[in-house]
Design a protein around this ligand. Structure first.
Ligand code: AHG
Ligand code: MN
Ligand code: MN
Length: 341
């Protein structure tokens, strides 16, 4: 019989905590509660083709985008699973304009949870991978009262843990508490996340770029030049392959495993890009850095951006360290040329 250890998410979290004698167990319990919500969402995502849940709800979220039913279902599941555990003082979701308080009849805890309940929602109807992203901070405000907006607006490097789930050909949860990154595949027959990727390390360089090339016309000249450079054939490792799912979680997950670079840049139509700093960029930046990669907005580290608004956006360049440094160089050099001319 194989000697491989059968490691559930639960056991992995508990064993990780044993290495930190000062830990109270609260974060472990929080993650266990979260895992339940993620399993429920996974189940619903898999059923989405069978039940009358597809299609627009007919409302728009705070970003002015159409909200699909599954987005709201995932949002509600996250809230319901996390409101009463006594671990959180506040939550915020991509699907809700304001911070979300813990109902007054429940205990208030020390942690802050931010989440994108369903990422890649435009892909639902086409059966393409979608996901959920979460980000956990320690509360900043003093006392045991309700959390505040300031508790949510922390710089990304202060995250205690972050993770995402991809509902793909299988459901995988990838998470990091800062030291290393582990992936757990959901075994649907027993309803457990089982450790399948014990120590994810991103290659220093990849051969794949990932960007919505339809926006080419609106890009910075440095980015245009960089993509053309990747397509040249007379350089070692070139031309790069192009892959773009259109669900950030899936594109980032592939980038983490295979290397390369995922980009959602600013452009002349969207000066801050599209992706949201608190729900999308920070958690994947935290995970990617913990796996040995790099994540910037083209100029500065995503994790050092000081957030001003709950729903603010940021450009993002994320992936293999050498690839991200290279795109930054192209942007910088083109910018210097523009300034000089
Ligand atoms: P969400 O479904 O949470 O609104 O996020 C969609 C995002 C992200 O998943 C993806 O990378 C990006 O939108 C794709 O945008 P484009 O269609 O502009 O390429
Ligand atoms: Mn999203
Ligand atoms: Mn979303």
């Amino acid at each position: 019989m194989s000697k491989a250890r059968f490691m559930t998410l639960e056991r992995h979290i508990i064993e990780g905590e044993r290495m930190h004698p000062e830990a109270t167990g609260e974060l472990s319990r929080l993650l266990s509660d979260l895992a339940i919500a993620l399993k429920i969402i996974s189940l619903e995502v898999n059923k989405a083709g069978l039940v009358d849940i597809l299609g627009y709800v007919g409302t728009e979220n705070v970003h002015g985008e159409s909200v699909r039913k599954l987005d709201m279902y995932a949002h509600e599941m996250m809230f319901k699973a996390m409101d009463h555990g006594g671990h959180l003082c506040i939550m915020a979701s991509e699907e809700e304009e304001d911070i979300i308080h813990i109902p007054s009849d429940y205990e208030i805890g020390r942690y802050v949870l931010l989440f994108d309940p369903l990422d890649g929602s435009s892909n639902i109807d086409a059966n393409v991978s979608i996901g959920t992203i979460f980000s956990i901070y320690r509360r900043m405000s003093e006392g045991g009262g309700p959390g505040t907006l300031a508790d949510c607006l922390q710089q990304g490097y202060k995250q205690v843990a972050a993770g995402y789930v991809v509902y793909g050909s299988s459901t995988i949860l990838v998470y990091s508490a800062g030291h290393g990154v582990a992936g757990f595949t959901l075994d649907p027959s027993i309803g457990e996340f089982i450790l399948s990727h014990p120590d994810i390390r991103i290659p220093h360089r990849g051969h794949i770029y990932s960007i919505n090339e339809g926006n080419y016309k609106y890009w910075h000249p440095g980015l245009k030049r960089y993509i053309k450079y990747l397509q040249e054939e007379d350089k070692e490792g070139h031309p790069y392959s192009s892959r773009y799912v259109g669900s950030m979680v899936a594109d980032v997950h592939r980038t983490l495993l295979y290397g390369g670079v995922f980009m959602y840049p600013a452009d002349s139509r969207s000066p801050k890009g599209k992706l949201r700093l608190m729900y999308e960029c920070n958690p994947v930046a935290f995970i990617t850095e913990a796996a040995g990669g790099r994540a910037t907005d083209g100029k500065q580290r995503i994790l050092e951006i000081v957030p001003e608004h709950l729903h603010e956006r940021s450009p993002i360049f994320i992936g293999s360290i050498e690839d991200v440094l290279e795109v930054e160089r192209f942007l910088r050099e083109a910018e210097e040329e523009l300034q000089g001319s």
